[in-house]
Design a protein around this ligand. Sequence first.
Ligand code: F6P
Length: 547
Amino acid sequence: MDFTATPAWSALLASAATPLPSLRELFAADPGRAAAMTLGAADLRVDFSKQRVVAETMQHLIAVAEASGVQSRRDAMFAGEPINTTEGRAVLHTALRAPRDAVVMVADESGARHNVVPEVHATLDRMAVFADRVRSGAWTGHTGSRIRTVVNIGIGGSDLGPAMAYKGLFAYRHPDIECRFVSNIDGADIGQNLSGLDPASTLFVVSSKTFTTIETLTNAETARAWLLGGFGGDESAVARHFVAVSTNAEKVAAFGIDTANMFGFWDWVGGRYSIDSAIGITLMISIGPEGFREFLDGMRAIDEHFLHAPLAQNVPVILAMLGVWNSNVMGAQSHAVLPYAHELSRFAAYLQQLDMESNGKGVHRDGTPVTGDTGPIVWGEPGTNGQHAFYQLLHQGTRLVPVDMIGFAHPNHSHRNHHDLLTANLFAQSEALAFGKTAAEATAEGMPATQVPHRVFTGNRPSTTIVAARLTPRVLGELIALYEHKVFVQGCIWDVNSFDQWGVELGKALANRITPELSGPSTHLTTHDSSTIALINWYRDQQQETT
Ligand code: F6P
């Protein structure tokens, strides 16, 4: 259903036809604005008062969410219905953080329904035993050395979540175990990450939902060759140094990893929603099974909030609808996520896959083309680094860029003076974006008239501030689930399938075709366009010149 055809959307547009006062004016007129537009969800405090909306806008946006069937689609997701229609799958990352006694029924291929929670917990238990053995040194390498480095090999959802969370929870890591992450097919990635490692104390976790992904399999082959090089070609070393995470036991075995060393998950877990599955094993080794349980509990707390809070106080729904407002009414093309926590330096990259692979869609669920914009371009860097790079455009550029700013009351380090400065910058930036500086204020500061236009900040630039006491495993879990559900709600509004990713297929297929053409016998490359043929020939010539 096209949400723009609903009466709720027409009512929203009608109310938006009268331009809203600026944020300066809105705050001046209503001293209670911040209190009225700040909500709590689990440990998160979310202040959206600096968004360009008024109470009436929010009422209309919530009406749009209701008219779009957000509640029934949410319930269908949690109930294990096959809402990923193009792949005929349930979407149940929420079952991965369900408590042990929960019941989540899913239909198998024969249509028979069974409770998946026992298998989820059985896997978590196996992961915990393994993680504890690695952490304690009970799990040793081929020559009896304890594991000092875990190298996670995966890409997309099999990399971004664990890599982001490992950095995010660096303060909670095991002090004697370093984790590294290899994803790119570019040999520079694995080359740099193997550098300085001792095969005897290195464990590889090969993570791939499908176990067919060329990047991961190529990197895993290279890692195995490197390992065998360190053990004089002794194949029996592999079992102590390679574990796999996948839904595909057959492919894992075919690759040469004993399935006894495999942690499984299920096709109802999407890659970009899999950090809370066995894909999180590297994170669990780092922060320990208890830390991982807290992480899952944080996700669960937001699931509960999403399930039970009324839509008007439902934080993922509010964030989603503000995004719809900014994109589909105000015309924003992108959305920046700016964590004031250096540990979250990969958070925007993680959200890029979560959001852009989910909602970067051009057709509705029934296959008809969408008429307006769907998912935004998501990007961001941690503050304060971003301030010295791209904030100029945020403050004085011509584009509208809504931002989420994320911060914490307490740091996970002891440099309190740094943290006060960091937090002052966070608050200052949201204030500057919202309220700017007028020409009169610049003049009153003594600015020469020729300088004034350059010193004006228009303000009225929307931001949401998300804060919590401290970045803990639980709070990181909450943040991730918050964005997962936000993306889900937006997918409901835009009526797209947020759980497939066919858009990545064409490039993969063409790369498979081009790979042999780069080095094989010279062929007539007539199946390509003139530009691609010229590029392939240039590459082939370059290889000949250097051989
Ligand atoms: O980029 C497409 C994609 O299928 C992602 O959705 C997924 O996270 C990634 O590739 C890796 O896939 P796999 O875990 O199967 O190796």
